[in-house]
Design a binder for this molecule. Structure first.
Ligand SMILES: [Zn+2]
Length: 77
């Protein structure tokens, strides 16, 4: 499995329907909405990995496994 943020090697973890959970050595553990993944593939967009990692780090003080939905995505402009 590859990381949905940086495309590096990541572990896939079973989670709720509609979500993908990954554990990446670079980005850590996170959950991402499948709707977001599909819309990004549709539009050929990619994450700004550096900014997403910073966001994930901040978010971990709020929830152990941050969830990334459409409005949380930080994309390469
Ligand atoms: Zn990653």
């Amino acid at each position: 499995m590859s990381c949905l943020i940086c495309a590096g090697h990541a572990e896939s973890i079973d989670c709720l329907a509609g979500w993908e959970e990954r554990k990446c050595a670079q980005c850590g553990c996170y959950r991402m909405s499948q709707a977001l993944i599909l819309s990004m593939m549709d539009e050929g967009q990619i994450f700004d990995a550096e900014k997403m990692r910073q966001w994930l780090q901040l978010q971990r003080s709020v929830e152990a496994i941050p969830t990334i939905a459409v409005h949380e995505a930080i994309l390469v402009q």
